[in-house]
Write a protein that binds this ligand. Sequence first.
Ligand code: ATP
Length: 597
Amino acid sequence: MRYFSTKELHEFAQQTVDAMCAVLDLQVTIVDEKARRVAGTGCFSNNIDENLPTGYVFQRVINTGGIFFIENPGQTTYCEECLERDICKEKATLLVPVKLDRQVIGGIGLAAMTDEERVKLVSNIESYTKFMEKMAELLSAKVKSDLESNENLILAKNLNTIIESYPYGIISMDSLGVVTHFNRNAELILNIAAKNIINKQYADKISCEFLEKALSNAESYQSIKTKFSINNNTEVELILSIQPILQNNKIEKIVCFFQEYKENNKINKMIQDSVKYASNNIQGQSLELRKVLDLIRKIASSNTTVLITGESGTGKELFAKAIHYESNRSNEPFIAINCSAIPDNLLESELFGYSKGAFTSANSTGKMGKFELANKGTIFLDEIGDMPINLQAKLLRVLQEKKIEKLGDTKSIDVDIRILAATNKDLKELIEQKLFREDLYYRINVIPLHLPPLRCRKGDVPILAKYFLEKHDLLLLKNIKGFLPETITILNNYDWPGNIRELENVIEYAINMENSEFIQPDSLPLDVINCGKKDNGKIEINKMGENLQNTIDEVEKIKLKELLSIYGNTTESKKIIAKKLNISLSTLYRKLKKLEY
Ligand SMILES: Nc1ncnc2c1ncn2[C@@H]1O[C@H](COP(=O)(O)OP(=O)(O)OP(=O)(O)O)[C@@H](O)[C@H]1O
């Protein structure tokens, strides 16, 4: 790649040398990483865009990244290879590399052309060197920022092409709802010209309840069937996904993808079906699992609260979603909140929302709480055992009265929600410790649903393993066909303390490690092998051997990268590197090839 390839950079380099020459009263030149002159003052200005003479010391600066000061040009060993050493007009010269992220991308040279200039340069060499280093940093920063802005430009063009050719409507807007992108398909579906909506507030032209909710609460909604009102009183029915983009927990942008809903449209049907039959994602055939699935089908359409219990990673959230999507609330929101992940003092406002001006740091427009957001749909209160006791009293009121009050507001709002709760704690024990309200326990535990740990439904291990293999193999593009029988035996023998989440992670790890068509036992993590296989000595040693080789390769890679950046990538430089490492040149080439250099 040529770093000083643009006209702007050439002009900047020339302005830099002119300014330096005016201040220092010495001649200045800049060369690129191929030792081609990019800019120059005085006699150097005659050879711009030409290569420097073969053997000129600048070549060493570029190859080694070192600073060179030649007090007596033509007479030092550095000048021996220079074809112009006998006609050199320079009386002294200082050459400094320009580096970008440790890679040499050129150099700056300062030359004394008279005896007087030479005395000045020699006697102040330290300060000149420091100054030149600063100028090299300045040049490098300019090259970097030009490269970045060029990359950004290409990225923006690329993104725009993707957005325009995407087969869905796309609207993107900022946190105030001002539209920044509106693609061709959005124009066709909503019958609005992009120029009439870009830079305007979407609410002026179209309105959608979900967008408003997403804008005020940073919620993402996936594949909802919803109606959009267009300003001339027409409505279109859409399948819509909304994705907020957050920065420091604040909405920066909202991106919406949508398609017009048509009964017999294949994609729409697929989206609808995948939403409706979310329980299809539940894998397993054990008797224990089939009992749970039967129960889900029975309870899905009622509005009764369900308490899902089970160890971490057994699928509590997945089953909660299955209940929602099997119910007649499936076209309405499913809102999940993890009560242990939110600090106690914030949980109340997250659940109930607040009115404008409720407290000093409150958002000036107020905020909808999760209960209000889940209206008509389902709210999933995960880790309910961690809910602070004062909030438990408020939750009880919501369950009994189906009303909520925002913080800072006395007006109550009716909510029509189904509550699903989950915990991996023993709530009865928490009741004894006075950490959980007994009345709330009975209120939420109307339908108990217990998910057995994976070790109690071993029959599901091979089915789940195959399912996760197919899922991650597709994502990692490895084309692995299955497991060796010994691998399945190890998986079956293991205890799975982290349940299905742990199994999924183990399979993803194994796919990454595997280089053959079938997952071998030694591609599993060591702790799974050790616990899952009784005679595991051979595998452990193999694994250690493999890890040791990986570590050696890594260290070699780092060292070679460092030496290449110091000495350069030419044949000459490689000879120096081989000598330094005390290995033959052919061994060095073999190592570079193996490490893909
Ligand atoms: N039967 C199943 N079939 C397919 N995937 C499953 C099954 N059960 C769980 N999973 C997957 O396992 C992972 C963990 O599930 P989930 O997050 O629902 O567990 P959880 O019990 O809610 O965990 P925690 O208590 O730690 O929040 C998820 O990726 C989920 O999709």
